[in-house]
Design a binder for this molecule. Structure first.
Ligand code: FUB
Ligand code: ZN
Length: 637
């Protein structure tokens, strides 16, 4: 829907502007190594060096591949984001630079269609010998996604031609020649589905299905592969099958396990394929895996992956708040998965998960000024411990400008620039409004104006400017028991179905009162705690609003109060937030534990409780005022 929805005002449109004006140019500069003081990238240089090598037969001086073995994917994700941004904000110069970059990438493609600068530059004789770690198929997948996005956004086929040639090579290798194997990091499967749709070439769908179907059938594949080769990237343990979801054929996998990004990228492809084939067994597996994540292994913020080791899922209800992983990419992948589940079954609970992951972990992944990013998204931060001691070293208390492993920043960029695709969908003659943001939808058959301050306002108003339409409006689960729609319709599975024609105004009112959430008692780390939400937005306490110390607090669930007069309430914060618009903060009545001897480690007397107000801000805004304490789950009196 990116071509059809013009965003106007409010939080999501504000992010779209930030992406176009700041994030895309900033990331372009990083990838071209023009930003001092951040982790070097060399990602564009890798393509330049590979193309020089292929053209001249010689590597340029210092022309070795640099970076993570999947460094190419940073460029691919940026192209995808930049392509979408051109729809939001046309920019002829940016379009020309993307086109030049496509030429560079085309120059780095080998004659047979092979494309991967790591292998072309540094390991030309090792291609496809380490599918476990090599990320060739992962990088190919991201470049296929970029190609499809660029073509859909602008009609530019340059990269699409390159990636079809690459996909043809993969088809020959894995299907025609029957080479065994499947990608260590799923991604190419979901990308081949996109390439299939963009090109109409059935072979790409066949290859996507092939990779999904063979996964885990020979669950010893990676062990055998490891035995045949004399090189490694990191030395991943080939017998840790769950890490890359190769422990069982996908249809038999009972739980979401292993590396969380790999998992949700795989499940996205499974759900996409199931939505096309309508195969019951695959559909059931998708439902089961979705439930495994969202009913037992997901943070309230929509973060997934609760341990740093293997960047992975652990066990049901194991959701530590401080040593958490909750990689930004994983929540992005969860959004991909949930959006494909919506195609499989029209049920609002999938849209709820999109909202949860989007408004919390994904938005938290970007600093409000658009030039710093989180990879890991903790729910509890203790300065001096978080990001410092070995067990918490990964959970940084502030966003860096870039990373040696930079998967998350450009991933967030492509998600946020394509947000309109998640807001709206059209299927079987029905227009689905999944998420809310103000703007104007223009389709050949109808035009609809949407006015809302959501998620910081309780009203969404749809005005049908022209045409007639069947509309299905998502009623978020948080408001299921208390909502109103101004016109008659029918509620079914999280959507309100109605028919409207030119001149109709449909006003939806949602329950945006602050709520105190409790976690299942099996989540030991949240025992006795509560977390505040307003609509889809999770709140947190930061030291900056609460006299520095938030660990002596408890809150009284009955005394939650919305304070709408912000951002002034946030203490005059912060750069580049002038157009944030209305933001709710929450003030909660509570108590603070005061101890007479502040140095006593344990005590049985000499303490008292004092009444206190706890100020809470949206979780996605945390970490914008320097390093300070932060927590989502707060003891409840
Ligand atoms: O392996 C490629 C990406 O790097 C993964 O998706 C992230 O988790 C990071 O490990
Ligand atoms: Zn990432």
């Amino acid at each position: 829907m990116i071509h059809h929805y013009k965003l106007s005002e409010g939080l999501i449109p504000r992010y779209a502007r930030l992406l176009c004006d700041t994030v895309i140019p900033f990331q372009e500069a990083v990838l071209n190594d023009r930003i001092e003081g951040v982790a070097p990238s060399h990602a564009v240089d890798n393509f330049r060096n590979a193309s020089i090598l292929l053209r001249t037969g010689k590597k340029p001086e210092n022309g070795d591949f640099y970076g993570m073995v999947f460094q190419d994917s940073d460029v691919a994700k940026w192209i995808e984001a930049a392509a979408y941004s051109l729809v939001i904000k046309p920019d002829a110069e940016l379009e020309a630079r993307i086109d030049e970059l496509c030429d560079l990438i085309a120059g780095a493609q080998e004659a047979d269609g092979y494309l991967n600068t790591h292998f072309t530059l540094n390991r030309p004789d090792k291609k496809f010998t380490n599918l476990l770690e090599g990320h060739e198929l992962y990088c190919a997948g991201h470049m296929m996604e970029a190609a499809a996005a660029l073509y859909e956004a602008t009609g530019n086929r340059k990269l699409l031609d390159v990636m079809q040639k690459n996909a043809d090579l993969l088809y020959r290798y894995f299907i025609t020649e029957g080479t065994e194997g499947y990608p260590g990091h799923p991604e190419v499967e979901l990308a081949l589905m996109r390439l299939w749709r963009a090109s109409g070439n059935e072979k790409y769908r066949e290859l996507a299905e092939h990779f999904v179907n063979v996964r885990g059938v020979d669950s010893d594949f990676y062990k055998k592969e490891a035995a045949k080769r004399d090189w490694k990237v990191w030395g991943n343990d080939a017998s840790n099958k769950e890490y890359q979801q190769s422990h069982l054929p996908v249809r038999e996998q009972p739980d979401a396990v292993g590396h969380s990004v790999r998992a949700v990228y795989l499940y996205t492809a499974m759900a996409d394929i199931a939505a096309v084939t309508r195969e019951p067994e695959l559909t059931e597996a998708c439902m089961r895996l979705f439930d495994s994540i969202t009913k037992r292994r997901m943070y309230i913020t929509g973060g997934i992956g609760s341990m740093v080791y293997g960047e992975a899922f652990t066990k049901d209800y194991d959701l530590p708040n401080d040593t958490v992983y909750a990689e930004t990419c994983a929540s992005i992948g969860l959004i991909f998965f949930a959006s494909k589940m919506l195609k499989l079954k029209r049920d609002g609970r999938f849209a709820d998960i999109i909202e949860r992951a989007f408004y919390n972990t994904v938005l938290a992944g970007i600093e409000l000024d658009g030039t710093k990013f989180f990879y890991v998204n903790p729910l509890e931060v203790i300065p001096g411990v978080s990001g410092v001691i070995p067990t918490h070293g990964h959970a940084l208390p502030k966003r860096p400008g870039w990373f040696g492993c930079a998967c998350c920043p450009p991933n967030a960029a492509r998600l946020l620039t394509s947000v309109s695709n998640y807001l709206w969908e059209q299927e079987d003659g029905i227009l689905y409004s999944n998420l809310f943001a103000a703007g104007r939808l223009t389709l050949p058959e109808t035009e609809i104006l949407v006015e809302t301050e959501y998620p910081f306002g309780d009203t969404v108003r749809y005005t049908v400017v022209s045409g007639e339409t069947k509309l299905a409006i998502h009623i978020p689960a948080f408001s299921e028991k208390k909502y109103s729609v101004s016109v008659p319709g029918e509620y079914r599975d999280g959507y309100y179905y109605l028919t409207a024609c030119a001149g109709d105004v449909i006003e939806v009112k949602l329950d945006m009162s602050p709520k105190l959430n409790r976690a299942n008692s099996r989540v030991a780390k949240d025992s006795g705690m509560g977390a505040v939400t307003v609509g889809p937005v999770v709140y947190c306490a930061e030291g900056a609003d609460n006299g520095g110390d938030i660990f002596s607090f408890s809150i009284d669930g009955c005394a939650l109060r919305l304070n709408r007069e912000t951002p002034a309430d946030l203490g005059g914060f912060a750069p580049a937030t002038d157009d944030l618009g209305k933001i709710y903060t929450v003030t909660a009545g509570g108590t603070r534990l005061v101890q007479d001897d502040p140095d006593a480690l344990y005590f049985t007397d000499g303490y008292r409780e004092e009444a206190a107000e706890v100020k809470l801000i949206p979780y996605f805004m945390w970490g914008n005022r320097g390093i300070n304490q932060m927590r989502v789950w707060i003891p409840v009196k």
